[in-house]
Design a binder for this molecule. Structure first.
Ligand SMILES: NC(=O)c1ccc[n+]([C@@H]2O[C@H](COP(=O)([O-])OP(=O)(O)OC[C@H]3O[C@@H](n4cnc5c(N)ncnc54)[C@H](O)[C@@H]3O)[C@@H](O)[C@H]2O)c1
Length: 386
């Protein structure tokens, strides 16, 4: 199968590598020759590292590299059977591109988009001839390492296209989950309270960043604390995503961005990439130590955890994805220690509802409204899994 990747940035380059590793011929297009050059050099470097670590032989690395060609001519994508677009996250730019692509690729070519926050339906709508073959194929960064890919049919997408996309991506060694075209899709939306509630706790002066991170990692088993994770992702990227989600959910209070994070962005304290974010990353810099009090730590953990569970339950209530896919997505897409719905079963649905209601009682903010699904389950003494 011939694969085309449009956009030779961080994600497009990673996806090209995965497709070539799966044995496909790949052509990468970017409007910027410099981006194409960077992508080629980065691939060479990664292949070199893989060889040093013994993950690939010299021949295997060579084969992968020869399978990828680079072009700044859109017409060279004409033979693609699967195309994945991964250009700048702007609806207008993506729509323009898809409209152009329709006249270049064959009628059989599946058109995938790696958008992380735009409506797949709105992107598909740009296609005048055949919007039914457009589907969201959402990889996570770093694309070659994160197992999960969200498959997001647009309102127009024909079911066989979704199934084919899912099948191909699984053949590439990825785990796929099927997600409705809703703001933020699944992982990034359900994970929002991990950041936003941590920021709220910080803003209220309940604990400092180190203590909140300690509570989530040491007591909760999360791989990275919320502040370390925001610094890793980049506060600019994390903040913009939240802002977009807030807007596209018609300003649902649950996704209200944080002023604390906005100020960091304004100051240029973007995280690891600028040497400073919530923490300092410059050589010899010191960071505050956590106040390792178990009682406080558990309060923090439970508060963030019940809000995460509430998001996961609401995603199921609104049928964004299946119960199994919701749990699979959070454990493989963002490395949460357990699926949130099975975690809810362990804590007890009644306990989760009571914690949410206590928060609601205190704040009277919509942000803490309990999912109707959890309330129904509590009344019927149900669990997510039997
Ligand atoms: N970086 C992430 O964490 C991440 C994760 C998942 C999905 N995504 C999504 O993947 C897409 C790309 O993100 P990225 O981080 O790789 O961006 P990037 O800035 O690293 O790369 C984007 C590339 O697209 C090229 N480009 C821009 N407009 C173009 C056009 N009209 N035609 C051809 N090429 C064009 C640019 O030259 C650039 O090389 C976005 O939709 C983003 O939301 C990003």
């Amino acid at each position: 199968m011939k694969v085309a990747i449009v956009g030779a940035g961080t994600m497009g380059s990673g996806i090209a590598q995965i497709a070539a590793s799966a044995g496909h011929g790949v052509v990468v297009y970017d409007k910027s020759p410099a981006a194409l050059d960077r992508s080629r050099r980065q691939l060479e470097k990664r292949m070199g590292n893989f060889q040093k670590k013994g993950k690939l032989t010299n021949t295997e690395a060579q084969i992968i590299q020869t399978k990828i060609s680079y072009t700044s001519q859109l017409a060279e994508l004409s033979e693609a059977e699967l195309l994945i677009e991964s250009i700048i996250e702007e609806l207008g730019a993506k729509q323009l591109l898809f409209r152009e692509l329709e006249d270049i690729v064959t009628q059989q070519c599946i058109l995938g988009t790696n958008t992380s926050s735009l409506s797949v339906t709105a992107i598909a709508a740009a296609c005048r001839q055949n919007p039914e073959r457009v589907v969201g194929i959402h990889f996570f960064v770093p694309a070659d390492q994160v197992k999960l890919v969200e498959i997001i049919p647009a309102l127009q997408t024909r079911t066989p296209i979704t199934q084919q996309a899912q099948q191909i991506i699984r053949q590439w060694g990825k785990t796929t989950v099927l997600v409705k075209d809703r703001p933020g899709f699944l992982v990034n939306r359900i994970a929002r309270p991990y950041y936003l509630e941590a920021l709220r706790i910080l803003e209220e002066g309940i604990a400092n960043v180190a203590t909140i991170d300690w509570a989530m990692t040491h007591l909760g088993g999360f791989k990275m604390g919320p502040f370390a994770l925001m610094d890793y992702i980049g506060n600019d990227v994390n903040y913009i995503f939240t802002k977009r989600l807030f807007k596209s959910t018609f300003y649902d209070n649950r996704y209200q961005p944080s002023v604390v994070q906005k100020r960091l962005v304004e100051a240029g304290y973007l995280g690891r990439k600028t040497g400073r974010g919530f923490y300092n990353y410059f050589d010899h810099s010191t960071n505050p130590a956590p106040y390792s009090d178990e009682t406080l730590g558990k309060q923090i953990l439970i508060r963030i955890l019940v809000l995460l569970i509430n998001e996961a339950a609401d995603a199921l209530f609104h049928k964004f994805a299946s119960r199994e896919d919701i749990d699979l997505a959070m454990s493989t897409g963002i490395d949460f220690p357990y699926g949130l719905l099975s975690w809810a079963d362990d804590l007890g649905i009644g306990f989760v509802v009571r914690q949410l209601d206590e928060l609601y009682e205190l704040y009277h903010e919509d942000r803490y409204r309990c999912s109707p699904l959890l309330r129904q389950m509590q009344k019927k003494a149900e669990r997510f899994y039997t």
